[in-house]
Design a protein. Structure first.
Length: 273
């Protein structure tokens, strides 16, 4: 009779060195170029599924060519009507019983840019143009451009203050509201990626900023995120990064603050108790 033999082997594992400190800031040299960084101040009203926010974007032109037109995503507009490129793609893929194909009249969401101000106070919002680089679908508003009064010079840095409002859609594609739960993914006006040679084989600086499709993923530059999120006191909040502050406000809300270096996005969720 053979008796099974059990052998235990102890393996010593050396912990990886810490990359971030207790406040979400990277230890030592930056881990990325931090091409696009944001400071958010956002308020969420769950009863109306309404978001109002501001963001200070710091963006670096990594190319050797001046850039006067910047490309942005407005992802939640994919859930604003049945003819967005996302909704059309769902139907073509046979997903009409889920996602936006199952939306009722009150389920749609949207994003609306209110202003985009330069440090001198100039508002670039009047130059906003909806772009359709993939399919010429005029009913899709998930990509827009802003034209600046003066270009960002080669390797120069731009500061742009954005203000926007949004309505949270019914939960779909890793975003949205369902009962007491709200997930904020790809939820803010987000600058696209200016690819520079030889990145991904481009020969000249080229904006990679596609519409929101039903079967595609997201692409963004690395940066630092500092987010102040104000919600009703009855909500629990979790977010990218490290919580660096919590302030109770006289109006029954709480402001949670989170910070993280060297990431490509900031996502969060809020749940009513």
């Amino acid at each position: 009779m053979l008796i099974p033999l059990t052998v235990s082997v102890l393996v010593a594992v050396t912990p990886a060195p810490a990359r971030f400190d207790s406040s979400g800031r990277s230890i030592g040299a930056p881990l990325s170029e931090r091409t696009a960084s944001y400071v958010f101040d956002v308020r969420y009203e769950p009863a109306r599924r309404h978001v109002s926010g501001t963001a200070r974007l710091t963006w670096t032109n990594r190319s050797a060519v001046p850039q006067s037109t910047l490309w942005f995503h407005a992802y939640w507009n994919a859930f604003s009507n049945a003819d967005s490129t996302f909704s059309r793609g769902e139907r073509q893929g046979g997903s009409s019983r889920s996602g936006t194909g199952a939306y009722g009249r009150d389920d749609w969401g949207w994003t609306e840019l209110r202003s985009a101000r330069l440090p001198d106070g100039t508002d670039a919002r009047p130059t906003l143009r909806w772009e359709h680089p993939d399919d010429e679908n005029a009913l899709d508003r998930t990509v827009f451009t802003l034209t600046l009064p003066a270009p960002v010079p080669p390797h120069g840095t731009l500061t742009l203050d954005l203000a926007w409002e949004a309505r949270v859609p019914k939960v779909v594609a890793r975003s949205g509201a369902y009962k007491k739960y709200t997930l904020f993914g790809q939820w803010f006006p987000k600058i696209g990626v200016l690819e520079v040679p030889p990145q991904r084989g481009v020969r000249t600086p080229t904006w990679n900023c596609h519409q929101f499709h039903a079967t595609t993923e997201f692409y963004a530059d690395f940066g630092s995120y500092d987010a102040s999120l104000t919600v009703p006191r009855t909500m629990v909040v979790e977010a990218t990064g490290v919580r660096t502050g919590r302030t109770e406000n006289p109006d029954g809300t709480v402001t949670h603050r989170f910070y993280q270096d060297d990431v490509i996005d900031f996502a969060w969720r809020a749940r009513s108790r």
